[in-house]
Ligand binder design. Structure first.
Ligand code: 2AM
Ligand code: CA
Ligand code: CA
Ligand code: CA
Length: 280
């Protein structure tokens, strides 16, 4: 069992401290954003809080582990090509921290209380620690490879739902409108009638934590990055669920189109998504 506070030098303890400290600071900055900047489009936002939180997390990690590598969203040029390149370079490192300082920046900017800090530690390409913190609800999700997943010290378990028709599912709407948005809309159109309903809360990481905790039976989204998914993937696996790409290939760091479920409905969702994309 992972206690809420573990020995101060452990990887997990550092990840927890980073997420808690950054999360508290982010929450304290709600409603104070002075300057809103855009990245790849008018919908792709970044604030001084995203950058400040990332700096805070980087500093704390390097204080404890000066020889570890860090890949953070705000340290990478915007756009899918640059992030794929940055990941390819970084994944060679023995120890790599992958961080999203604020997942759900749009929500943060609007005061919609559904955003999170997501921190993963990767050892030789494999996620070994995943922490997602929701400062609005003070919920801390922690997973350690092979040791289970917990929300504030209580074990998390994926939902037992076997049928799509009684499953609550989440997704996110991509800002890239030429291929990704139409693809996601076709998937949405196909899934809504088959499931209980679909939610789009605006934080991929938090949606994945909710799949781990059994609050959602599944989640899919296209066009994501490693920092959105890495921590959540371990939380879900350690909670008994399944994380793949759209073709059912097991999760690895370069997966951008993710399907994450309780396992029981995984093939059923994959089938609907495949049908939607081929129009059959
Ligand atoms: P962010 O808030 O850290 O940017 C919501 O659908 C999800 O999409 C969030 O996890 C959000 O992460 C992510 N997201 C927002 N803008 C994006 C973009 N331009 N490219 C890829 N992912 C994005
Ligand atoms: Ca962003
Ligand atoms: Ca993100
Ligand atoms: Ca972010």
């Amino acid at each position: 069992k992972v206690p809420y506070v573990v020995s101060s030098k452990s990887y997990t303890a550092v990840a927890i401290n980073c997420a808690a400290k950054a999360g508290e600071w982010i929450k304290s900055r709600l409603g104070t954003v002075a300057q809103l900047s855009t990245k790849t489009s008018a919908q792709d936002l970044v604030t001084e809080v995203d950058k400040g939180a990332e700096q805070m997390i980087r500093k704390l990690i390097l204080t404890h582990f000066p020889d570890h590598a860090i890949l953070g969203e705000e340290g990478v040029e915007p756009g899918p090509e640059a992030s794929a390149q940055a990941l390819e370079a970084a994944r060679q490192e023995e120890y790599l921290w992958i961080i999203d300082p604020v997942d759900g920046t749009t929500n943060f900017v609007h005061g919609f209380p559904f955003f999170s800090v997501s921190i993963a530690l990767v050892h030789r390409g494999e996620v070994i620690v995943g922490v997602i913190y929701d400062p609005s609800r003070d919920e801390l999700f922690v997973a350690e490879k092979g040791k289970g997943a917990y929300v504030h010290g209580n074990p998390t378990e994926v939902s037992k739902e076997e049928k799509l028709s009684s499953s609550l599912i989440a997704t996110g709407f991509p800002v890239e409108t030429s291929t990704l948005l139409p693809q996601n809309m076709a998937a949405l159109q196909a899934l809504v009638p088959k499931v209980r309903n679909v939610r789009a809360g605006g934080s991929a990481a938090l949606h994945m934590a909710y799949v781990a905790a059994g609050r959602l039976s599944g989640f899919w989204e296209v066009g994501l990055n490693a920092w959105d998914i890495a921590a959540g993937s371990l939380l879900i696996q350690e909670s008994g669920g399944t994380v793949t790409d759209l073709n059912g290939r097991p999760y690895e760091l370069s997966v951008r189109n993710v399907v994450a479920t309780n396992g029981r409905i995984h093939n059923a969702i994959l089938d609907v998504l495949k049908e939607a994309s081929t129009g059959s």
